[in-house]
Design a protein around this ligand. Structure first.
Ligand SMILES: Nc1ncnc2c1ncn2[C@@H]1O[C@H](COP(=O)(O)OP(=O)(O)OP(=O)(O)O)[C@@H](O)[C@H]1O
Ligand SMILES: [Mg+2]
Length: 385
């Protein structure tokens, strides 16, 4: 199941906003069929509203309200369907899905929509048992799934051990734990799963950088964000599903922000991710075709979606910041000093007292080996040769 395009008729500040998404059939999909769409834009431009609108459309019984979204093209069970109001394709699908849930026929692996809203803090409330049943539209929050993360890790490791043919029990546990950690390998985490507690009913124990063992509620904020959200998604075993994630970068170091999407995108197959983010690292990690910018149209004064149809001049974080996000990649003071010093060099006046003054200001901010200072030296050398 995936969405090719939506027309949000009215949701909060969004009115008649049309968004086109990349799908698992497009060339920008990974080899496992997962594809990542990014929605960027300034605070309050409606990123969360887009995710909410899509989620609500899937979550609300079809006949009970006026629809806020029109799905222009929508794919189900590998079949591409053009939206047709008269046929009400989505309504029929919704109804079928509901019936199969009611009859108990729905499997966890069936296609679904998953929504991970932005989440500032986590209270882990260990559950006595892992209760996972298929829900067509699943919001992941404190009440659902996140509290189960600890239980899931334990079951995941024990499940791997059961299937393992390694005879030595210690080696068997170690292999299972290594496999769990391998999902997070890219992130190069300082704290990793270390063991299941023999004293505390197999409670997962992590080892931190000081070599101390900690439980899941003692992880750092960033580690909680990463483990809890990724594990919640792993629990749902998504395939052929739509996955909405709001601000996956929360509490993550830029190096992790760079890697987080590759960790998500290795979960399941043929999933369509739609991500709302402020992170230049995340934006830089996807092909430009997968990027949608929400912005205010200066003439109509309404929010519109801009699809990137050509690559930015660079995909480094600085270019993304200035070209895509409209933010200064460097402090304004530095930009001004660069401009002034460059002028002196171009006029061969770099030895003048004013130029030396500017240079000394510059060298308070960055080293003589900076790219800019090297470029200026190059210009001077060129001239003197
Ligand atoms: N429940 C609501 N009802 C009505 N308007 C809302 C509601 N929630 C948010 N808004 C308004 O909709 C606009 C867009 O909000 P939204 O949360 O979608 O922005 P955003 O792009 O996600 O911003 P941010 O980057 O700060 O998260 C804001 O002006 C906000 O005040
Ligand atoms: Mg938001």
């Amino acid at each position: 199941m995936y969405i090719q395009s939506v027309d949000i008729k009215k949701c909060r500040i969004l009115e008649n906003v049309v968004l086109r998404f990349q799908t698992p059939n497009d060339i920008t999909a990974q080899t496992n069929g997962n594809v990542i769409n990014i929605i960027a834009g300034v605070n309050g431009c409606g990123k969360t509203s887009v995710l909410r609108a899509i989620y609500e459309e899937f979550n609300t019984p079809w006949n009970t309200r006026e629809s806020i979204i029109e799905f222009d093209a929508f794919s189900l069970n590998g079949q591409f369907l053009k939206h047709d109001k008269k046929l009400n394709v989505f309504g029929q699908f919704w109804h079928r899905q509901r019936q199969s849930i009611d009859k108990g026929e729905a499997k966890l692996s069936d296609e679904k929509l998953i929504f991970l809203p932005s989440q500032q803090s986590f209270d882990f409330q260990p559950q006595a048992q892992l209760e996972l049943k298929y829900v067509f539209a699943q919001e992941v929050n404190k009440r659902t799934l996140l509290g189960n993360a600890e239980f899931y890790i334990k079951e995941y490791v024990l499940g791997l051990e059961r299937k393992s043919d390694i005879a030595d029990p210690k080696a068997r546990t170690r292999a299972a734990i290594n496999e769990f950690n391998s999902h997070f390998l890219d992130a190069d985490l300082l704290t990793q799963l270390d063991d299941l507690s023999a004293e505390q009913f197999n409670r997962p124990l992590f080892k931190n950088v000081a070599g101390e063992r900690v439980t899941i509620d003692q992880l750092s904020d960033g580690e909680k964000q990463l483990y809890a959200r990724v594990i919640a998604l792993m629990m749902l075993q998504p395939q052929d599903s739509i996955i909405l994630i709001d601000e996956p970068e929360i509490a993550l170091h830029p190096a992790w922000q760079q890697k987080i999407m590759s960790i998500y995108a290795n979960i399941g197959q043929n999933n369509q991710f739609i991500i709302a983010t402020h992170s230049p690292q995340i934006i830089a990690s996807v092909p430009y075709q997968n990027l949608i910018l929400l912005r205010k149209n200066p003439e109509t004064r309404q929010i519109e979606a801009v699809h990137c149809d050509q690559p930015p001049t660079g995909v480094d974080v600085n270019s993304i910041l200035s070209e895509v996000m409209g933010a200064e990649a460097q402090p304004k003071k530095l930009t001004d000093l660069y401009r002034q010093y460059r002028e002196f060099v171009e006029n061969k006046e770099e030895h003048s007292p004013q130029a030396l003054q500017i240079k000394s200001e510059l060298l308070k901010l960055e080293s003589p080996e900076s790219a800019f200072m090297q470029e200026m030296q190059f210009l001077i050398d060129l001239r003197e040769d």
